[in-house]
Design a protein around this ligand. Sequence first.
Ligand SMILES: [Zn+2]
Length: 157
Amino acid sequence: MWGRTLTKGKLFERGIIDNPICVLCNAAAETACHLFVSCPFVQLVWDALIGHLDRATTVLQPAEPRSILSAWPDINTRGIGEDIWRVLPYSVLWVLWTARNEIVFCQGTFDLRGIIKRIKCMIWAWLDINSQRRNLKKDHQVTELLQGWELVIRDQW
Ligand SMILES: [Zn+2]
């Protein structure tokens, strides 16, 4: 999927658009690596979600979306935090792509708090896809993700 993401960098290469610049930072070409990992605005998103973990920097070391997904580590926690952690990178990439498209096509603006909230709510919704995870949700509320994220996503037994 990532090889086929139609970033501005790709469209520029094909001569479809004449400006490949990232719409978030307006400072670098919008490649998949930039848009999903290295853009300073996107770094704020990742930092808000995993910055409290000791291994935050190693998690993003692959620097390429596809590798981040394939190399996403397990987390040393149990219960719902473990499931949220597994779904997290997919939700981040999905919401970033959606937010980017709203900026490109709908005059949207970069809203960090809104993006973080959407990522957490999307994870909450996606937990329903798996019946085991759906069961786990019964004892929890989405507000735990919205207000107590660092308590839910802990990297220790
Ligand atoms: Zn950027």
